[in-house]
Design a protein around this ligand. Structure first.
Ligand SMILES: Nc1ncnc2c1ncn2[C@@H]1O[C@H](COP(=O)(O)OP(=O)(O)OP(=O)(O)O)[C@@H](O)[C@H]1O
Length: 466
């Protein structure tokens, strides 16, 4: 080992920290946060470095995309090569008994006539929206991982280990967009693929109709005839025992035959209390990914992309105002653009800051907008049982530092102030301290569910602050 690396009780940890530092220089921060920040070093010997990763997807993704840069970083730190071994942290999850790699590609098996007859004439048919593609999905820190998983599944539906793929997260954060993008992409690559998109609500009502009309076997045959089933909002199945049972059999049939299943939920599946245990355990066979609310930069990028798509010319400061004030979800951002477009088209109004203010007032009530850093500091101090002065003081006591970092993180996420301005509100700290604080919290959020819940609930509270 090269000089300068402190030997701690677990030398792998200290080596890994150095490797992470190097990786941060070579990889953009978003990718670093997604793929390397959540990894822990577990062990090391003369030949191997053992890394703990959250799930199987990480191993493949890193091997396919970052093998070279990771190996170089290892050599830089240790002066010699080590083979990477992965240990999957959630490996207690049950493995699927089926082996997707045994399967043939879906497309060549399909028959065009049966595709159009079966799908379009079926009373159960629901259409996939062509508007939702990967190309028009803006990737940011909050959805990077979900996006990568969706791409992988779309590339090889039914033939990866990510079956089912489950995307969960709050409303209007792009879950439907992402899963339909899987369908659209797969269709463009394998045009004969039978892609069925449906919401769990529609699945349920199809099922009820089928019972009423004595068409259960048609219903079952229909849903079992697809190559890719995209099922939205599975939380809707709660307390619907019979529908769950039918879905359970559909799931097993599709999975057994190597068909791809993609599901969305508004919460982590462990919190879907009223779903049958056997369904939950099936869900754990695959990959579960979350989408988080977009940060300011991603919100702005989404607005810019939507303007480009609609050929809308809106001044930068107006877009920034919208991105700074509509923090809840992407649907609100889209709503604001639609309103501006309507005003500009029908009343020949100019897309000014004043118009943006009016629209924000309509979409987000006055008490939801213009959150100040002061409010964030005061509220965070209260949550952590400290005073606002503590957060601004020079002290480096651990609990004060953590609370200060949380407040900095919230200030960055929920206001449009620059890092310099945020630093000024914390006793004149410079912007690199703010960046460090924000990065620390972002890293913690990836592995600390308690902190994630706490910050989510703080965000909710602050959103409604006067
Ligand atoms: N990252 C993104 N890039 C571009 N558009 C996005 C992004 N995220 C969301 N959208 C858009 O925001 C709107 C809402 O997204 P979507 O319907 O997919 O959300 P959702 O998470 O499924 O919400 P819900 O749980 O309420 O159904 C859609 O029009 C979608 O295209």
């Amino acid at each position: 080992m090269k000089a300068g690396i402190a030997q701690k009780s677990n030398p792998a940890e200290s080596v890994w920290k150095h490797i992470q530092q190097i990786l941060r220089e070579y990889i953009n921060i978003r990718s670093y946060n997604t793929w390397f920040a959540p990894i822990e070093a577990i062990d090391m010997d003369d030949q191997h470095l053992v890394l703990g990763v959250p799930n199987r997807f990480f191993c493949e993704w890193i091997d396919n995309h970052y093998a070279k840069v990771l190996n170089n970083a290892i050599v830089q730190v240790l002066g010699e090569h080590r083979k990477i071994k992965y240990q999957i942290k959630n490996d207690s999850l049950p493995e699927s008994p089926y082996h997707p790699t045994d399967l043939q590609p879906a497309a060549p098996q399909l028959n065009k006539i049966s595709f159009s007859n079966t799908v379009n004439n079926s009373p159960f048919y629901t259409r996939i929206n062509e508007r939702y593609t990967f190309d028009n999905f803006v990737v940011g820190d909050g959805n990077n991982f979900a996006y990568a998983a969706a791409r992988a599944v779309a590339d090889s539906p039914g033939r990866t280990n990510y079956n089912p793929l489950i995307v969960y997260g709050g409303t209007g954060l792009g879950k439907t967009h992402l899963i339909q993008a899987i369908g659209n992409y797969a269709l463009s690559k394998y045009p004969m693929t039978k892609v069925y998109y449906t919401s769990s609500e529609t699945f349920t009502s199809h099922f009820i109709n089928a019972i009423q009309q004595n068409k259960i076997s048609e219903f079952s045959a229909y849903y079992r005839s697809c190559d890719i089933l995209l099922l939205d909002d599975i939380h809707f199945f709660r307390n619907k025992g019979k529908t769950q049972e039918e879905f359970f059999h559909t799931f097993n049939d599709l999975h057994q035959n190597g068909k791809q299943i993609v599901l969305t939920s508004d919460r982590p599946i462990n919190e879907l209390m009223d779903l049958e245990e056997r369904l939950i355990s099936r869900f754990k066979w695959g990959l579960i990914v979350d989408v988080q609310p977009p940060d300011f930069e991603t919100r702005l990028a989404i607005l810019r992309k939507k303007c480009d798509e609609s050929d809308l010319d809106i001044p930068g400061d107006v877009l920034e105002y919208l991105a700074a004030n509509l923090v809840e979800n992407v649907r609100e951002l889209e709503g604001a653009l639609t309103k501006i477009m309507a005003q500009v088209t029908f009343t020949a109004a100019e897309p000014t800051l004043e118009l943006a203010r009016q629209i924000v007032n309509e979409i987000a009530p006055p008490d939801k907008k213009m959150l100040t850093i002061e409010t964030i500091v005061e509220y965070t101090a209260k949550v952590f049982n400290l005073s606002s002065d503590h957060l601004r003081a020079k002290t480096r006591k651990k609990d004060v530092v953590r609370a200060r970092q949380v407040a900095m993180y919230l200030a960055k996420q929920m206001t449009n102030h620059s890092l310099i301005t945020i630093g000024l509100h914390f006793g004149g700290r410079d912007h690199s301290t703010v960046i460090h604080g924000i990065n620390t919290i972002e890293e913690l959020l990836r592995r600390d569910a308690n902190l994630r819940n706490q910050i989510e609930s703080m965000k909710k509270h602050l959103t409604y602050q006067k």
